[in-house]
Design a protein around this ligand. Structure first.
Ligand code: NDP
Length: 480
């Protein structure tokens, strides 16, 4: 069985303990590879290697670091099919999605920051005659980058690329649930001869390996994407040490559909924004709010289209939904369906696990589910489920829509469907979320600030926001 290796100090290596964790294929429910169960010794070695590589990496001209990032991007491009297949097998997502979204985006993250660092400039302020201030922006040091399982290489590279571009060295941990493409990235780094210690990838469990990384006094900042409770735990450890932190956390995103929307576009996109990647995208809308005038029509059409979605082997070209990422997550999602029922929810479609045939008979599949009749304050409408489950609720006025949309502890993303410009601007202004899409969903421009409000996180990624985060500003005031 294939054994994944750590990538530390430029070499692929086994964990010091020689202990491994099972890695499952969610579409078959079987173990197909082994992941290093890295311990403190591996983590300390990775941090030491990153520290030793920092001086030479941070002193390279931007153009040289940019060309290393370009080499990584080109190598991802040349192994696109292999990476997409690995992502689909490891995560359970449809291969078509890994091919069209995940891996191209991982390539683009490196390409984007290779270019961005060449255009990154710091400020200068003329304060008065003979006085000038200028800002130096220097890399911070060793960056700890921790990412989740839902968009494995996409989110892993979204952190690593700006960290490296800005001149930091990195110790990174992918989710233990989906480590394969991070491992393939380390093969790429070996292949292209990335200098030793610049990027270190340590595999293992969050509570041990991840915790050892973020608890070390030798790291200089933490960039984390994952659940809100893990984020709170990390903040408790990192904040008292006054290290920089960026936390991209959970969501419970509203999708607000007004009577005057383009009905067909709103319907088609809502099917995607609810169930893409089995609903396991932090930006998926999970609360569908529909204005009363079109509520019944929208609900019926939505239920019909969702009921016809094809769930299948993720490797089949025509599968629209694949498997849920892990057995514990599968059980958690099913438990929320029971909670919704006990809260009085009516299942309009789905609500059941799906048994497929042959090799996929033990895989973790759940039918896309729409639930109606729940109060906004119930657990189903308040807690992040992160699976193929949405609720649908009617509203009458803009004020009521805003009240419903804003009444959770989260504030990551929102989608608005209307043909009225004033309504769009008003709702976008008043809604408490870091990202708002109007008449579209998941259109991404890598220059824009990315992140959430309230319990959805602290800080922003993307564009200059990431480069500002991964650098330390120092103001110099000169009187001449
Ligand atoms: P988790 O919080 O469980 O894990 C995220 C990462 O943190 C994993 O690599 C995990 O390792 C690691 N980890 C867990 N405990 C610790 C610890 N004590 N110290 C350091 N690292 C730790 O999230 P999930 O992987 O379950 O991802 C789903 C969550 O991510 C959802 O809440 C989703 O909304 C959120 N998310 C947010 C996004 C955003 O941009 N705001 C984007 C995508 C997802 P391991 O897996 O090995 O336990």
């Amino acid at each position: 069985m294939k054994k994944i290796a750590n990538y530390i100090n430029g070499k692929l290596s086994a964990p010091a303990s020689n202990q491994y964790i099972d890695n499952y294929n969610p579409a078959t429910g079987s173990v197909y590879s082994l992941i290093p169960n890295s311990g403190d010794e591996d983590v300390q070695f990775a941090i030491k290697s990153a520290r030793e590589a920092f001086d030479s990496w941070s002193s390279l001209p931007n153009a040289k670091r940019a060309s290393w990032l370009d080499k990584i991007a080109n190598a991802i491009e040349s192994r696109m099919d292999e990476l997409a297949l690995a992502e689909s097998i490891d995560n359970g997502k449809p291969l078509s999605l890994a091919k069209s979204v995940d891996i191209p985006r991982a390539r683009d993250n490196f390409k984007f920051y290779a270019t961005a660092i060449m255009h990154y400039a710091s400020e200068s302020h003329r304060t008065g005659d003979g006085i000038i201030n200028y800002t130096l922006r220097k890399p911070v040091g060793v960056a700890a980058c921790i990412s989740p399982w839902n968009l494995p290489l996409y989110l892993f590279s979204w952190k690593i690329a700006p960290a490296l571009a800005a001149g930091n060295t990195v110790v990174a941990k992918p989710s233990e649930i989906t480590p394969m493409t991070a491992y393939l990235l380390s093969e790429i780094c070996v292949e292209i001869g990335l200098p030793a210690g610049v990027l270190n990838i340590v595999h293992g469990l969050g509570a041990t390996t991840g915790n050892a990384i973020i608890s070390s006094n030798e790291i200089d900042l933490v960039s984390f994407t994952g659940g809100t409770s893990t984020g709170a735990h990390i903040a408790k450890i990192v904040a008292p040490k006054f290290k920089k932190m960026s936390l991209e956390l959970g969501g419970k995103n509203p999708n607000i559909i007004f009577d005057d929307c383009d009905f067909e576009k709103a319907l088609k996109t809502t099917v995607h924004s609810s169930f893409e990647n089995q609903g396991q995208i932090c930006l998926c809308g999970s609360r569908i709010l529909v204005q009363r005038g079109i509520y019944e029509k929208f609900k019926n059409a939505f239920v019909e289209q969702v009921g016809n979605m094809r769930i299948g082997n993720p490797l089949n070209e025509d599968s629209q939904l694949g498997a849920i990422v892990s057995k514990p997550h599968f059980d958690k999602i099913l438990s929320y369906i029971e909670i919704a029922k006990s809260e009085g929810g009516k299942i309009l479609t789905g609500g059941i696990p799906i048994s497929l045939a042959d090799d996929n008979k033990d895989g973790w599949f759940i039918a896309p589910t729409i639930i109606e009749g729940l109060d906004q304050q119930c657990r189903t409408n308040q807690e992040e489920i992160f699976g193929p489950i949405v609720t649908i609720q009617p509203f009458d006025t803009i004020e009521e829509a805003l009240e419903l949309a804003n009444s959770t502890e989260y504030g990551l993303a929102a989608t608005i469907w209307t043909s009225n410009l004033s309504t769009a601007h008003h709702v976008a202004d008043k809604i408490k979320s870091g990202i708002v899409w109007v008449n579209c969903w998941l259109l991404r421009d890598l220059r824009t600030p990315f992140g959430g409000m309230k319990n959805s996180g602290v800080g922003r990624e993307g564009g200059w926001e990431a480069l500002n985060f991964f650098t330390e500003p120092k103001n110099v005031c000169i009187k001449f």
